[in-house]
Design a protein. Sequence first.
Length: 112
Amino acid sequence: HVGLRAGELVAHRRDIVLRYRERLGHLYEHQRGASEAPWWMPTFLVPEHGLARDEGMRVLEAQGIETRPAFVPLHELPMYTDGLRRPVAERVGRLGLTLPCYEGLGAQDVDA
């Protein structure tokens, strides 16, 4: 049954994200107010007073762990620039780090 498989995938991703939170809670601030979306792309905010996000990404890449920035705020793209500030989007765009989360990722991978 397709629905059962989808439910299993969502549960697996949820478990991975919760494991990230448990392991990285002292280093990363999870996006607050997010709903089920983090089960798809676990995004954490790297504290401004610690290792810079991009440097952290390079360190993880050297260990074979693929990451990506959270996103570029839309209002910072040339076609949407309107001169207004959006501090929350800018902060997530500057500090957001998305970690791997896929069907084949196991607890031992998160722990490593």
